[in-house]
Design a protein around this ligand. Structure first.
Ligand code: ATP
Length: 470
């Protein structure tokens, strides 16, 4: 039995991040006025900007800056045979146990990990049940505290629908909501090959929704039943699979550093229990407030995916090398990460509290390129039309290049702290001196100096100033 160090939990920080997300319009519970829907969330006005910026940064790094990767946007619904061939209908499951006292459901592998015993969802039912039965007296139900659980059952995570079935008895032949985006890539591999200029090795990337009937979903946007994935599948010659895999691992690590995550908050987790077809599997874990947990999977999958779809569809999915005429089924390496998990990692990293004169001030130190609002423009006073007009003119000019916010509401200190809480890098204020001198004060995020101490920049030089900064 493998022992691991249980995660260090900072519940307070997690609670504060959740509260900030609600208060400042980053994330709301889905259909909240009806009591919400477990493990489903909506992104609010600043959340959607942050999520879009995360997706844009990923797309830029993974697709646009690489000559060997192209994009795709496959539909959420697919022929159900896809999910049979891929093995999801029979095998896409997590180990479920139920508290006999309060009927709360738990993921057995997670419950074991929480007491320091290495387990994962890929273990077969008997192995994980054995491990669970041996240790279950140490595991407490998070809802009622009892240590009395049922034996482990494997629970299939695919979400089903009645799409296109009007018989009323659709459960026998459900159409699935995709459990992962990459199947859309595998089944389009031949289309992409035949209709674009890619040659092996090459990658296909996509961003899109995925759905899973997660057993427990207690960690905010880290684990949701509807979520978005950013996946890149890279098709290689069999002999090059592990060579390309190491390159991909290095690229993905560097990507997170470039995104602004600190290296000490990242680590590799090597899968010890590989599925039979996998050549290698590592996850990149991030140090969330509830401890190190999977942010992204980087896996070498052999030729499993294309082989099962060749068999399932009866189509030849092999590749013929145009130079050597060698024919082979490409091997696939993948990088797969959730938007929600990146979002939470970015927020955890950025969340900063400052104690000032007994007061706690919150600053969200987001990387500039991810900040929902780049520049906030304020007239010092709302009821002075000269100030408002000038500020509005500046806002109208800057918004053509940056996502800006105009705010004339309330006292200036409150406006600054509101922008600090949503991570806006710069606030500029039009005051009475601006009317004389055609300049504005520039306040950098988190700066606590008073207005008279802030630097001033000429309005005519603002564009250059921000080009240098961003
Ligand atoms: P876990 O072990 O945490 O359940 P997984 O190994 O099943 O995750 P994968 O199937 O490898 O996850 O999915 C790839 C990526 O998609 C994950 O690394 C994660 O970033 C994201 N992801 C998976 N499931 C969820 C979910 N329920 N909510 C949010 N993101 C998810």
């Amino acid at each position: 039995m493998k022992k691991i160090t249980p995660a260090k939990v900072d519940d307070k920080k997690m609670e504060k991040i959740v509260a900030l997300c609600k208060r400042r319009g980053f994330v709301y519970s889905s259909s909240e006025i009806y009591g919400g829907l477990a493990a489903v969330y909506d992104f609010g006005p600043y959340g959607v900007e942050l999520a879009n910026n995360i997706k844009a940064a990923w797309w830029r790094a993974v697709v646009q800056l690489r000559e060997d990767v192209v994009g795709l946007d496959a539909a959420i619904f697919m022929n159900p045979k896809v999910w049979q061939a891929s093995g999801h209908v029979d095998g896409f499951s997590d180990p479920l146990t139920e508290c006999k006292k309060c009927h709360n459901r738990l993921r057995a592998d997670h419950a074991l990990e929480e007491i320091g015993i290495r387990a994962d969802e890929k273990m077969d039912q008997a192995t994980i049940d054995d491990l669970f039965q041996t240790n279950k007296n140490k595991i407490k139900c998070p809802a009622c505290g009892a240590s009395d659980f049922t034996s482990i059952k494997k629970f299939n995570l695919l979400v089903q629908s009645n799409l296109g079935n009007f018989t009323g008895d659709w459960t026998k032949e459900p159409v699935y909501l995709r459990g992962e985006t990459c199947q859309g890539i595998y089944v389009n591999y031949k289309n992409v090959l035949d209709s674009s200029r890619v040659r092996i090795p090459f990658g296909i990337a996509q961003i899109g929704k995925a759905f899973r009937n997660e057993i427990t979903a207690r960690q905010f946007v880290f684990r949701t039943r509807e979520f978005e994935q950013m996946e890149m599948q890279y098709f290689t010659h069999p002999s090059q699979e592990l060579v390309e895999y190491e390159k991909l691992r290095a690229a993905r690590w560097q990507y997170y550093l470039d995104l602004g995550l600190k290296e000490e908050n990242l680590r590799w987790h090597k899968h010890e229990n590989l599925v039979f077809y996998a050549k290698a599997a590592y996850d990149i874990e991030y140090n969330y407030p509830f401890g190190f947990s999977e942010l992204e999977g980087v896996h070498a999958r052999g030729n499993y995916d294309l082989s099962v779809h060749a068999k399932g569809s009866g189509q030849d999915l092999s590749y013929v090398d145009p130079l050597t005429q060698e024919k082979f089924i490409p091997h696939i390496i993948e990088s797969s990460v959730g938007v929600g998990r990146t979002f939470l990692a970015i927020l955890s990293e950025a969340y900063t509290e400052k104690e000032i004169k007994g007061e706690t001030r919150l600053v969200l130190n987001l990387p500039y390129k991810l900040a929902p609002v780049k520049i906030a423009v304020f007239p010092l006073l709302k009821n002075k039309s000269d100030l408002v007009t000038k500020a509005q003119e500046i806002y109208d000019e800057l918004k053509l290049e940056y996502n800006c916010e105009f705010d004339d509401n309330g006292n200036i200190g409150k406006r600054y702290s509101r922008q600090d809480e949503i991570g806006t890098p710069y606030c500029l204020t039009v005051d009475f001196d601006s009317l004389e001198n055609n300049d504005v004060t520039i306040r950098e995020r988190g700066d606590l100096r008073g207005g008279s101490e802030l630097p001033r920049v000429k309005i005519s030089e603002l564009k250059k100033f921000f080009t240098d900064k961003f």
